[in-house]
Ligand binder design. Structure first.
Ligand code: NAD
Length: 457
């Protein structure tokens, strides 16, 4: 649906929710099964769209988008019935004749706004949680990944109930128009700047939000690590999707001798993986558009280039690059990099690294590379961020049982697995009583006339 009448879209969703269709758990399961079929039957088209938008290599598209989506929707199908059941809570003396229970109430009409970097996965993981929880959903994929956005616009109405689940498209001004509607929940993935715009619009209607935002995720490396494994894991996390990942390692903090060993290893690994001419490697994406290319190119002037440093505007290509002698005031340290540029800053100790991190906005993720349990513990206890991964990068994302989200400037709320279901569910407290004489006798001391004797009982 191109730039459109959002009032009608909203009315359609409201009518669909009011019909009670999505209250039926079997309906939800059928929709989720259909979503799974959509992934299975259109894998080639999804991979092609991702290639068009980002030149995403096929294995990356499958592993990081389609397989993740299939796993997520299978979890929803398996658990939807169980999670939707009312949750009994313990009774007290006063409520022994009653039923105190928490109902898993869908919010109603939910808006999901996606980002372009994993344009399919980030638009649809929240959707499966919203469906499982019994909501109607309006999905707004990112206009910056047009092939993926167009494909979702075509596929969703073919696989999901078109009254309950609608795709709308458009850019910032359309989103601002859309946000004037009164949603029951808004789930946004994107930058911190736009997250603030979304929250402000949601506040007008007191609509609850989840904001999956970004930021600079630091990596600390000490001398105790296996340098080859550490370098591989850091470089993989940085180069997947060409660094355009919200939880990509943003910059490294380490001492000088660790830095020199790490840079040598990174150089070897980049040649081993991508060859002497990485631009011709089929395993590296491109930068999504000219604006982001220019933003990244400007960062190449920070510090000193230790590895890489080349760029090609015609090909939206930024070479995997390591920068050393970088100062905190350099351009590359002023915003989330979101590209294949890895600055290394020197610190003397883990203590210094923690001070450095704590002087900045709360990160989405912190990566700690150390064999030292005290060092690991110090980071875990003395820093605040959305998630932590010790001795690897990005892998925390793959554990469905771990909530995925930020804190402070990196976000509000979390999702994945059961956390997705809970995100889109209002926990409605209910106390169901009867006119049973015994129940009435147990509670009668609350009635006037008040006496000290009644209070003592
Ligand atoms: P973005 O904030 O520019 O765009 C996200 C969405 O907001 C898009 O659908 C876009 O149409 C809309 N939008 C853009 N500008 C708007 C405006 N002025 N008013 C209203 N709506 C607007 O983000 P992006 O460039 O798509 O994604 C990059 C950012 O997202 C990075 O900061 C990254 O870290 C973050 N991100 C976070 C996660 C996460 O799970 N935490 C995942 C992916 C990306």
């Amino acid at each position: 649906m191109a730039t459109c009448d959002f009032v009608s879209v909203m009315q359609k969703a409201r009518t669909a929710f009011a019909s009670g269709k999505t209250r039926d758990v079997n309906f939800r399961i059928r929709q989720l099964e259909s979503l799974l079929r959509m992934y299975e039957e259109n894998e080639a088209d999804l991979v092609n769209a991702l290639y068009k938008d980002l030149r995403k290599p096929k294995p990356e598209a499958k592993l990081m988008e389609i397989e993740v989506l299939k796993g997520d929707v299978r979890t929803m199908i398996q658990n939807c019935k169980e999670w939707s059941k009312p949750q009994r809570v313990p009774k007290t003396l006063v409520t022994m004749m009653d039923t105190p229970v928490i109902l898993q109430d869908p919010y109603g009409v939910v808006l999901v706004i996606g980002s372009w970097n994993y344009p399919v996965q980030l638009s649809l993981i929240p959707v499966s949680g919203a469906i499982a929880a019994g909501n109607c959903v309006i999905i707004k994929p990112s206009e910056i990944a047009p092939a993926s956005s167009k494909l979702l616009e075509e596929l969703i109405p073919r696989y999901l109930d078109p009254e309950c689940f609608q795709v709308v498209t458009g850019g910032p001004s359309d989103v601002q128009e859309l946000l004037k509607q009164k949603f029951d929940y808004i789930f946004f993935t994107g930058s911190t700047t736009v997250g603030k715009i979304v929250r402000e619009a949601a506040n007008k209607h007191l609509t609850p939000v989840t904001l999956e935002l970004g930021g600079k995720s630091p990596v600390y490396v000490d001398e105790s690590v296996d340098m080859t494994i550490a370098a591989r894991r850091i470089i993989w996390g940085k180069m997947v999707n060409c660094g355009q990942t919200c939880i990509a390692p943003d910059y490294i903090l380490c001492n000088k001798s660790t830095r020199d060993r790490l840079v040598d290893k990174i150089r070897e690994i980049l040649i081993e993986w991508y060859g002497q001419d990485p631009q011709s490697s089929p395993d590296l994406c491109r930068i999504v558009n000219v604006r982001h290319f220019q933003r990244l190119q400007a960062m190449l002037g920070s510090g000193k280039v230790a590895i890489g440093g080349k760029s090609d505007a015609d090909d939206l290509w930024i070479e995997p690059t390591v920068l050393i002698d970088v100062k905190p005031t350099d351009p590359v340290m002023q915003e989330e990099i979101f590209g294949p540029i890895l600055p290394i800053l020197e610190v003397e100790s883990a203590y210094d690294a923690i001070q450095f991190i704590n002087a900045r906005e709360k990160a989405l993720t912190i990566y700690i590379f150390s064999r030292n349990a005290k060092t690991q513990q110090a980071f875990l206890e003395e820093t605040s961020c959305g998630s932590v991964c010790v001795n690897d990068t990005m892998m925390q994302f793959t554990v469905e049982e771990l909530p995925f989200g930020g804190v402070g400037a990196s976000g509000i709320g979390a999702y994945h697995g059961k956390y997705s279901f809970d995100t889109f569910t209002h926990k409605k407290s209910c106390l169901i009583r009867s006119f049973d004489k015994m129940g009435e006798a147990l509670g009668k001391d609350r009635y006037p006339p008040y006496t000290d004797e009644k209070i003592r009982r």
